[in-house]
Design a protein around this ligand. Structure first.
Ligand code: NAD
Ligand code: MG
Length: 396
């Protein structure tokens, strides 16, 4: 029986993880569940999965959770509040698996805590790698943690890479990683019309059902940009070896091209329970609840190059990857602030890229060393402030 902590259990990935875990009661025991402030959903999950610990980051929501769970009597989990509690439950002794499914850089410290504690770290929280890739990879390596990617593309690449990848991708015969992208809801839209799109239109992804932040990132293609940086850290490679391929059906989840001409792809229905089950079962395969792929229904697979002019966020992510150091920290933080402002109706869709570009111009890249966590956190805070100031100037 493997103990598991699910960070961000009330979100889209968290709920899918619990769905897979529930199919394997002989394999997994839920030790801890965490959420930001949705006490109602976390209470439901606690009643069903009976964890030992529950974390509500928001203090008022933690009090509400206590009230809602009073009926459990002695079976009530220990309830903690505050952001530090996330790292506590990520590093518990009786936890072997940690699903990191918090959205944004808010997930960094708990993902890092799981790596430092040598857990099986199932990483959905791509922003943690974008802002502190070197620190996180180093912590995992030094403490014997196993890092398994949950992002569907990176999970697909992981599945298609050869067993001897540790020698380095070129040495293992890998020429390129082909990172697929759906292109999001606006891949065919008139660029002139994008200024007027609403949050609900931006969140209506053609193929995937996801949280609102990543849905907006998919619509701007910032998500693909973050994924390029994520792939560089996970697979120890450079952006030049990663080709973005727009593939509108989202059936191929990414591919690896070898020097002998072979291209290996991982296919499946677009349902995150497949990568989640892959990482939970690895190196075995376990059932996920995902319907088998019907190729006759899919019928065709299309591929086209991305249009960076149409998607300025993708261009900005390439810029951040090339500049390195703190540039991805600024990219990510200003994007988080801009996306939140767009979802709140304070700025337009096309303003997101403007806020990010201006923030990057105002906060030039600085080098980061491996002991640089405080540096990363201070640049993250400065970039949030800069982005807020840009937004305030735009709406004034
Ligand atoms: P979501 O918005 O549906 O859920 C986010 C979870 O994080 C919730 O449980 C929420 O309570 C918690 N949370 C939010 N802010 C927090 C904070 N400040 N402190 C602590 N907890 C906080 O998001 P999601 O779509 O499930 O995405 C989660 C992560 O997985 C993101 O990094 C995303 O990029 C990545 N991801 C998601 C998908 C998907 O299909 N949803 C696919 C690939 C990668
Ligand atoms: Mg993805």
């Amino acid at each position: 029986m493997k103990g598991i902590t699910i960070l961000g259990s009330t979100g889209s990935i968290g709920v899918s993880t619990l769905d897979v875990v529930a199919r394997h009661p002989e394999r997994f025991r839920v030790v801890a569940l965490t959420a930001h402030r949705n006490a109602e959903r976390l209470a439901e999950q606690c009643r069903r999965f009976r964890p030992d610990w529950a974390v509500m980051v928001d203090e008022a929501a933690a009090a509400e959770l206590r009230d809602r769970l009073a009926v459990m009597g002695d079976a009530m989990p220990r309830i903690l509040s505050g952001a530090d509690a996330l790292a506590t439950v990520a590093a518990l002794d009786d936890v072997e698996y940690v699903m990191a499914a918090i959205v944004g850089a808010a997930g960094l410290m708990s993902s890092l805590a799981a790596a430092r504690a040598g857990k099986h770290l199932l990483l959905a929280n791509k922003e943690a790698l974008v802002v502190a890739g070197a620190l996180l990879m180093d912590a995992a390596k030094d403490n014997g943690a196993t890092l398994l990617p949950i992002d569907s593309e990176h999970n697909a690449i992981f599945q298609c890479l050869p067993p001897m990848r540790d020698r380095g991708l070129p040495e293992a015969g890998v020429d390129r990683i082909l990172l697929t992208a759906s292109g999001g809801p606006f891949r065919d839209a008139d660029p002139e019309a994008l200024a007027a799109v609403t949050p609900d239109q931006a969140c209506a992804h053609p193929n995937w059902s996801m949280g609102r932040k990543i849905s907006v990132d998919s619509a701007t293609m910032m998500n693909k940009g973050l994924e390029i940086i994520e792939a560089c850290w996970l697979f120890d490679t450079r952006p030049q070896r990663i080709q973005v391929v727009v593939h509108r059906q989202s059936v191929i989840h990414s591919m690896v091209q070898y020097n002998d001409g072979s291209v290996l792809a991982q296919l499946g229905n677009p349902d995150m329970r497949t990568p989640i089950a892959h990482a939970l079962g690895w190196p075995e395969r376990i059932e996920s609840g995902v319907a088998p792929l019907d190729l006759f229904e899919v019928a065709r697979l299309d591929f086209e190059p991305p249009a960076p002019d149409r998607f300025p966020c993708l261009r900005l992510a390439y810029r951040a990857a090339a500049e390195g150091g703190t540039a991805p920290v600024v990219l990510n933080a200003s994007n988080e602030i801009a996306v939140a402002a767009f979802l709140d109706g304070r700025i337009g869709f096309t303003d997101i890229a403007r806020v990010v570009e201006d923030s990057m111009d105002l906060l030039p890249a600085e080098p980061v060393d491996l002991s640089g966590l405080d540096h990363v956190l201070s640049v993250d805070a400065a970039a949030r402030q800069t982005a807020e100031q840009r937004i305030a100037a735009m709406v004034a």
